[in-house]
Design a protein around this ligand. Structure first.
Ligand code: FAD
Length: 283
């Protein structure tokens, strides 16, 4: 059972950060959905719910997501979903159920960087940045690769672009962890690809590591998907490393082709509105 010897609900992230530095075993509390499964005694739990981090703000150039925003809040944010081509909504769709997603937080998920995470994979290939109280602002990819420790994650910032993007995953059964997940995104004329649930932490490919030009030939696509296949995979009770490697190649191809075939957001909205118009009454 999880026990707290002391509970703190600071009014600012600065105060929360101070408490975190004072005690080596102090622990930040997000939605507590993962934390509550542990069996230990924590000297002080630092609840961020009083720090005003529960809002999604849209600015001229970004969506600024407070760390305490729930998965449910973000998956149902229409403008964010439209811009990011539903990758977050598709990524979290099978995580337990609505009530669970209304408690688990985007900050807790991003900070924990769990190997099976669909959230990390969905956010990695976008132009995503994270803001910490101590370490300041860094690219999410740099944080996933090891940046920042014993810190308070304040916000996740997804910069605006004309994204083409797609999230794909395979689960052995609904609501199980992903056996493998992939997200591809095209922005600023460059492709970005994340492969997660390997079962280790997601890997991120872009630029020369991915080697996929904006407009690609079938051979170039095959070479990029092969790079995803040759990332390092592991075996666990969900799948073997070989099966994961196969999935990585297939899901990467599916994600890239789905994204490449998308029109710009305005054209897709116009086509959807035209398709929804009544077709006239047949006399
Ligand atoms: C049964 C179950 C099934 C799940 N299935 C999936 C799944 O299929 N796919 C998937 O992607 N995820 C899955 N998850 C994970 C879930 O989506 C959340 O990522 C997870 O619960 C963490 O979010 P939380 O808000 O509950 O964080 P918490 O449990 O509160 O915290 C998690 C960790 O992050 C730290 N932390 C939290 N917030 C901050 C912050 N702002 N700054 C610094 N540190 C912080 C905490 O100290 C803790 O170490 C599952 C979780 C459970 C319990």
């Amino acid at each position: 059972m999880l026990k707290f010897e002391q509970y703190a609900r600071p009014a600012s992230t600065k105060e929360a950060y101070g408490l975190l530095q004072e005690n080596r075993l102090a622990t930040v509390i997000g939605g507590m959905m993962w934390l509550r499964l542990s069996d230990r005694t924590i000297p002080i739990g630092i609840d961020l719910s009083g720090c005003g981090l529960d809002r999604i703000e849209e600015t001229d150039d970004a969506f600024v997501i407070g760390a305490m925003v729930t998965l449910g809040q973000l998956e149902n944010h229409e403008a964010f979903a439209r811009m990011t081509r539903n990758v977050f909504t598709d990524g979290v769709h099978d995580i337990i159920g609505t009530q669970f997603r209304n408690l688990a937080t985007v900050g807790g998920s991003a900070y924990a960087r769990m190997g099976f995470s669909d959230i990390v994979t969905a956010l990695l290939p976008l132009d995503t940045w994270v803001e910490f109280t101590g370490a300041g602002t860094m690219r999410f990819a740099d944080f996933v690769n090891g940046g920042a420790a014993r810190d308070v994650l304040e916000r996740i910032v997804v910069r605006k672009h004309d994204y083409r993007a797609s999230f794909q995953c395979v689960r052995n059964s609904a609501t199980d962890f992903s056996t493998l997940n992939v997200c591809a995104a095209l922005w600023d004329d460059e492709w970005h690809l994340a492969v997660g649930a390997r079962p280790k932490k997601a890997k991120f490919l872009e630029g020369d590591d991915l080697g996929l030009p904006r407009e690609f030939t079938p051979d170039e696509l095959a070479a990029a998907c092969e790079r995803a296949r040759y990332l390092n995979y592991g075996t666990d009770r969900r799948a073997s490393a070989d099966y994961r490697a196969e999935l990585a190649e297939i899901l990467s191809r599916r994600a890239i082709l789905t994204a490449a075939n998308q029109l710009d957001v305005e054209s897709e909205l116009r086509l959807a509105a035209e398709a929804a118009k009544p077709k006239g009454v047949i006399q």
